[in-house]
Design a protein around this ligand. Structure first.
Ligand code: HEM
Ligand code: NAG
Ligand code: NAG
Ligand code: NAG
Ligand code: NAG
Length: 321
């Protein structure tokens, strides 16, 4: 009897959160053109500079990884909150905030206080994936914008961690080893500054020599671009040496020949627990594409705010007054 009552209360408590779960077409009634507006502006930007695609895909990861997909990455520092997430070291190279602003302005004009900044990031990222040659996928929406943004919480995984440490970093967000290997396929587009891999060329983990897991020809090429260990210049290099603008499984083929740019990229190909996954992804672009969009949707569910939690910001860079 008592147990039944407990269950009943439990179910009542559970129901509201279930009824407001993210779903595809959340804005169909309230802002029917929301997705088309986002797509139009992403396409327009891509025509001017196609590096917007990798920039958005990375922004989505950084947003979702820290406090869930709640647009906490977009908050500008202010007098009362000087160190927001975007001021944190790993976030410094996140770009295209202006595009998000532009999309937000257009949406506020069309349907005021309706579409969250967190959903704008998720939708724009989908369009970036498609523009890069990825599969088109439906994006569940209904995220709300967060009310907290702190640099101290931006504990994103570093490029020089082991597969074990990376797995821990993904596990705490409810993502699996398989999700991790597939999501790292995002590194088939975009680029990295030399400072994230310079040690691999000159002095790997204080060894005095280059990382022996890196292909010799690639080391030579990268030395030419990045200068020396102490060089002050910090240019960017494509993460995928072959099909640099295509979101495809070629990234995994590159790993198999020692051409992973970041240490963690190369690690997943060499670690016994993930090497088979890398081989499987390398073998089939179609399989990769399907797995990738599934994993992106899963990433988009991490710790989201729904229902009446959080708010719908009117300006993505600031909390509402
Ligand atoms: C262990 C996990 C990861 C680590 C350590 C990592 C690290 C990095 C680093 C150091 C860069 C270079 C940034 C720069 O120089 O500007 C980068 C770029 C990038 N990352 Fe990751 N990343 C990880 C996972 C992911 C995931 C899960 C995604 C997306 C699903 C992603 C998407 C990207 C993209 C698209 C770029 C290129 C950005 C651009 O060209 O502007 N990364 N990542
Ligand atoms: C595209 O944007 C990147 C990053 O801001 C910049 O380095 C590059 O010069 C731009 N390319 C063009 C063609 O404007
Ligand atoms: C990883 O890189 C950071 C800074 O880039 C450095 O402080 C740290 O010692 C490195 N860790 C390892 C294990 O090499
Ligand atoms: C580059 O990628 C294409 C398409 O995946 C592949 O056919 C080709 O063999 C690759 N070339 C090199 C040099 O890796
Ligand atoms: C590479 C880079 O510019 N790193 C800076 C990141 O931000 C911290 C402070 O938040 C600086 O100390 C780093 O120099």
């Amino acid at each position: 009897m008592e147990l039944t009552v407990v269950w009943f209360i439990f179910l009542i408590l559970l129901t509201p959160s279930l009824s407001v779960a993210l779903h595809v077409g959340f804005y169909d009634q309230t802002c029917p053109h929301a997705e088309a507006i986002v797509q139009h502006l992403v396409h327009q930007r891509y025509a001017i500079n196609n590096t917007v695609a990798p920039a958005l895909i990375r922004m989505y990861f950084h947003d979702c990884y820290v406090r869930g997909c709640d647009a906490s990455i977009l908050i500008d520092p202010s007098n009362t909150n000087k160190e927001t997430e975007k001021t944190a070291e790993p976030n410094l190279t996140i770009r295209e905030f202006e595009l998000i602003d532009k999309i937000k302005s257009k949406l506020e004009e069309t349907c005021p206080q309706t579409v969250s900044c967190a959903d704008i990031i998720a939708l724009a990222t989908r369009d970036a994936v498609v523009l890069s040659g990825g599969e088109r996928y439906n994006v569940p929406t209904g995220r709300r914008d967060g009310l907290v943004s702190k640099a101290s919480e931006a504990n994103l995984p570093m490029q020089n961690i082991t597969v074990d440490q990376a797995l821990q970093a993904f596990t705490i967000k409810g993502l699996t080893l398989n999700d991790m290997v597939i999501l790292l396929g995002a590194h088939s587009v975009g680029s990295s500054h030399c400072h994230f891999f310079r040690d691999r060329l000159f002095d790997f983990q204080g060894s005095g020599h280059a990382d022996r897991t890196m292909n010799g020809a690639l080391i030579k090429k990268l030395k030419g671009i990045c200068g020396s260990m102490t060089s002050k210049l910090d240019p960017s290099v494509f993460l995928d040496q072959n099909t640099s603008f295509a979101l495809d499984s070629e990234y995994y083929n590159q790993l198999r020949i020692g051409k992973g740019l970041l240490q963690i990229d190369q690690e997943i190909s060499n670690d016994p627990r993930t090497t088979t996954m890398v081989t499987n992804m390398a073998a089939s672009n179609a399989h990769f594409q399907q797995s990738f969009v599934k994993a992106m949707v899963k990433l988009g569910n991490v710790d989201v705010l729904q229902g009446t939690a959080g708010e719908i910001r009117t300006n993505c860079r600031a909390f509402n007054k």
